[in-house]
Design a protein around this ligand. Structure first.
Ligand SMILES: Cc1ncc(COP(=O)(O)O)c(C=O)c1O
Length: 423
């Protein structure tokens, strides 16, 4: 079987919901995707049958331990981590980043430099700006080219210096949709002796992740962006984690990954994460046999997951291309991102646009009345919106299809849009 949209949609009960008999079209996915029924079932089972704290002598505690281990194993496969012991769970990406920044900052001295990007969500910006303020560090900014919506990587050579200790950058932008060349950025940082912190929240749902190939030191993502529960997940390179002092209470485990997981975790969240990763493996097995050859270095579940991601991204590229072509045909619309049809592999299908007359919020509200769900505003991509000059004008309308959306849904959006494009 190849890509089968009907079979895929059957995994998501919310896709069948209606309001007053009107179908829902979910294009709000970059802010959070709909959840798999298998995820809800795994979370329910964890809550109803495996509720206990970790490390006890009794059966429910052993079950809880098994849930935690299976979630670490699943995420290690999803990210191609060398070891499940490098997978750290937390409430969400933002909380994990504030938390880790405190430990990472202990390695720095006043005057050391952190490179931040103007393409990033504020969750990979402000924790580092606050750290810099607290420790007298310097921030250096990596700009992006507002015509290509990509970094000019030569610029980075002048930004990285012998004082650079950390480079923070996103895998993909939640506003422009650009997929950043994080592998090249990490190579430059590594050559200068700097660590790298990759915000994979918007890349992980769309493109296969291989942290070893990227060559980063930290990679962080959120499973509610890839059909799972509200849960943050961080991969940290073992040698780096071992250098850090975790902020923890005395009786808590001394070694990574648990030493970085403060307090009692959401075990039901872990169960849901494992189920969401297993969904990709199932897609890999049932629909993506032809893609397995793209990942010859992997076998078993790791290969199935990566093959599934390749298949789903190929489908998502057709959605992005159809959406962008439709948008640019509408008078007055500017796509705030890569729009060349032959460049769809350099962007995720998250497409933001502005209109010369209509405010983004007015368009989003109008579409909501047709039960088409999109976001408007800067979506916390503060630096991106400022750089594009749309921060003070209401940001952009963001349409974010994922692999459970259809061309027909995009056509409904394109057909409805002109009704909301007056001032
Ligand atoms: C690129 C990016 N980074 C970070 C975040 C923050 O993620 P979380 O809600 O898990 O803190 C988001 C949320 O939308 C995001 O899009």
């Amino acid at each position: 079987m190849s890509f089968d949209l009907k079979a895929i949609r059957a995994h998501f009960p919310a896709l069948a919901l209606t309001d007053n008999g009107v179908r829902r079209i979910y294009f709000d996915n970059p802010a959070g995707t709909q959840v798999l029924s298998s995820v809800a079932a795994a979370m329910s089972d964890c809550l109803l049958a495996k509720s206990a704290n970790l490390g006890g002598y009794f059966a429910s505690s052993a079950d809880a331990n098994a849930v935690v281990q299976s979630a670490r194993d699943a995420m290690a496969d999803f990210l191609n981590a060398p070891s499940a012991d490098e997978i750290i769970f937390g409430q969400n990406m933002t909380t994990l980043t504030f938390h880790m920044s405190r430990s990472i900052g202990r390695l720095f001295r006043p005057g050391d430099e952190i490179v931040l990007s103007q393409m990033d969500h504020d969750a990979n910006v402000w924790p580092w700006v606050m750290l810099a303020r607290d420790l007298n560090l310097e921030i250096r900014w990596l700009p992006f080219n507002t015509e290509t919506f990509e970094f000019d990587l030569e610029v980075l050579d002048n930004i990285i210096s012998d004082r650079t200790r950390l480079v923070c950058v996103g895998g993909a932008s939640n506003l422009t949709g650009t997929i950043n060349n994080v592998k090249a950025i990490c190579a430059k940082a590594r050559a200068a002796g700097a660590m790298t912190y990759i915000d994979g929240v918007q890349s992980a749902p769309h493109v296969a992740t291989d942290v070893q190939d990227i060559g980063c030191d930290f990679f962080v993502c959120s499973s509610y962006k890839f059909f799972g529960p509200h849960q943050g997940i961080l991969w940290g390179r073992r040698e780096v984690l071992e250098q850090l002092e975790p902020y923890k209470v005395r009786p808590a485990p001394a070694d990574p990954p648990s030493s970085f997981e403060t307090g009692t975790q959401s075990h039901e969240g872990f169960a849901g994460v494992a189920a969401s990763v297993d969904y990709f493996a199932t897609i890999g097995e049932s629909m993506a046999e032809d893609y397995a050859g793209r990942w010859p270095q992997f076998s078993g579940r790791r290969q199935d997951i990566h093959a599934a991601m390749s298949l789903l991204f190929d489908y998502e590229k057709t959605l992005a291309s159809h959406l962008i072509r439709g948008l640019i045909e509408i008078d007055g619309i500017t796509v705030q991102g890569i729009s060349d049809d032959d460049a769809m592999d350099r962007r995720v299908p998250t497409v933001s646009f502005t209109h010369e007359l209509a405010a983004p919020a007015v368009i989003a509200e109008g579409l909501a009345k047709r039960n088409i769900f999109v976001w408007s505003g800067h979506n916390y991509a503060v630096e991106v919106a400022r750089t594009l000059g749309i921060y003070d004008t209401g940001g952009a309308v963001r349409v974010g299809p994922v692999h459970y959306n259809s061309i027909a849904e995009i056509d409904e959006l394109l057909g409805a849009l002109p009704d909301f494009l007056s001032r």
